[in-house]
Design a protein around this ligand. Structure first.
Ligand SMILES: NC(=O)c1ccc[n+]([C@@H]2O[C@H](COP(=O)([O-])OP(=O)(O)OC[C@H]3O[C@@H](n4cnc5c(N)ncnc54)[C@H](O)[C@@H]3O)[C@@H](O)[C@H]2O)c1
Ligand SMILES: [Zn+2]
Length: 401
């Protein structure tokens, strides 16, 4: 009998527990704030770390590097700086530049970081994704501490287990699953944000409310005037609620590393990722998600999953939170086939998740359902309906021609 008919199969089973603290504080780098000291376990002397800071943050807080150095001087037993604070470019541009990852690994080498050392990344979702990828691959993984500084990174991207950069015009084409060592959110950073970044992160709150928590939708509606007035306490409440729903999903959803084809937290994202690329990232991620949700609300209505009154209620609440609900890129067509470009986002989304096309849609408000096909005609109709609404109802971010 040949060897092939008697394969020797040994099942190697590994299970590796991951645990990390997500802390919400204010004044993280104030000398008397002990959050950092309590978050960096170390043996043989203080924890060793290199710090990288988003330039957008530094623009508003030029004194931040000195504050971090002062914190380390005040707590020499807890932390020794191996490198930095180093400024890194902020915003999506950093994710569109593969050489950034290489430049980061050069820095890690220069700072002689090893696998027991920490990389503390301070910044928006884009910086955390790009620095996170570099940290995940250097020596196969340094200890990443995220300090998210935008609404979106505090309520969503910063608390999760992924990193990534864009390549060839495809969002997050290169990336890894790599849980952080800790996530330390300082809510005071949010006060520095431009209005666009203050509001756009709320799209993820609407996203998670629509598929998981109708009561959160009520709260968003009630808090909208305070959020518009840039009330930090109201934003804190929304950030923490949204972050906890994300954490709960990653912990309890049964698929933290997304081996399946479903990704409920990407409701509204199949078109959003395409819109980001189509607008060359003129749209922020959160803004694109807001428009993606608006489109999916019309699609859900067309599929009989949501009534018109519920759809209008959500769109009004999103507009009250200054979220854009339309962009002319939705009308862009493939020059050869004449099909809407945004429809190509469906297949790109499927490829990114792998397996069978799986889209999460709201099933009423606060519940979700998965669908596996979406006819282009339905998307045409939804785009048309959304356009008509945008022409008749105030849109907070007028689309450029
Ligand atoms: N890894 C994940 O699971 C995940 C999930 C969702 C989104 N994301 C990614 O997150 C990115 C979006 O992140 P974002 O919304 O935080 O935007 P961003 O990181 O692009 O930041 C927006 C702008 O704000 C600036 N900025 C950051 N903090 C600031 C502060 N405190 N004060 C003033 N300016 C500040 C940045 O320099 C940038 O110019 C996208 O690339 C998206 O794909 C990742
Ligand atoms: Zn998102």
């Amino acid at each position: 009998m040949s060897e092939a008919s008697h394969p020797m199969r040994y099942r190697q089973q590994l299970s590796v527990p991951f645990a990390y603290d997500v802390v919400f504080t204010r004044g993280l780098f104030a000398p008397d704030n002990l959050t950092l000291a309590e978050s960096l376990p170390h043996a043989d002397g203080p924890a060793k770390a290199a710090v990288f800071i988003d330039q957008g943050v530094l623009k508003r807080r030029p004194d931040l590097p000195e504050a971090i150095e002062a914190w380390t001087r005040a707590h020499p037993e807890a932390l020794a700086l191996r490198g930095g604070p180093v400024a890194v470019p902020g915003g999506e541009a950093v994710k569109n530049d593969l050489t950034f990852v290489q430049r980061m690994t050069h820095q890690f080498q220069r700072f002689e970081l090893d696998r027991h050392n920490y990389v503390i990344a301070v910044g928006g979702g884009a910086v955390l994704d790009a620095v996170g990828l570099a940290a995940a691959v250097f020596h196969r993984g340094l200890r990443l501490v995220r300090v998210p500084t935008t609404v979106l990174s505090q309520n969503d991207s910063g608390v999760g287990v992924k990193n990534g950069i864009n390549l060839d015009g495809v969002k997050n084409l290169i990336g890894t699953f790599a849980p952080p060592f800790a996530v330390l959110s300082d809510l005071e950073f949010l006060a520095d944000l431009e209005d666009r970044d203050w509001f756009s992160g709320l799209a993820e709150t609407f996203k998670v409310a629509l598929i998981k928590d109708a009561a959160l939708l009520d709260e968003l509606e009630a808090l909208a005037p305070r959020l518009v007035a840039r009330d930090l306490d109201a934003m804190e409440r929304m950030v923490v609620r949204c972050a906890l729903l994300h954490l709960e999903h990653i912990r309890g959803g049964g698929d933290p590393f997304e081996f399946g084809s479903a990704r409920p937290l990407d409701f509204g994202h199949w078109s959003a990722h395409k819109l980001e690329a189509l607008t060359h990232h003129e749209l922020r991620h959160g803004e694109a998600v807001a428009i993606g949700i608006a489109l999916d609300l019309y699609l859900a209505e067309g599929l009989g999953l949501l009534g018109a009154a519920a759809r209008e209620r959500v769109l009004d609440a999103m507009a009250a939170c200054r979220l854009p609900l339309w962009h002319d890129a939705l009308l862009r067509r493939n020059g050869v086939t004449g099909a809407l470009k945004v429809v190509e986002g469906l297949e790109e989304f499927r490829q990114h998740l792998g397996g069978r096309l799986t889209l999460t849609m709201p099933d009423g408000l606060g519940r979700k359902i998965e669908i596996h096909e979406l006819a282009p005609e339905r998307i045409e109709a939804a785009v048309e309906a959304l356009k008509t609404r945008a022409q008749t109802v105030h849109n907070p971010l007028p689309a450029k021609p």
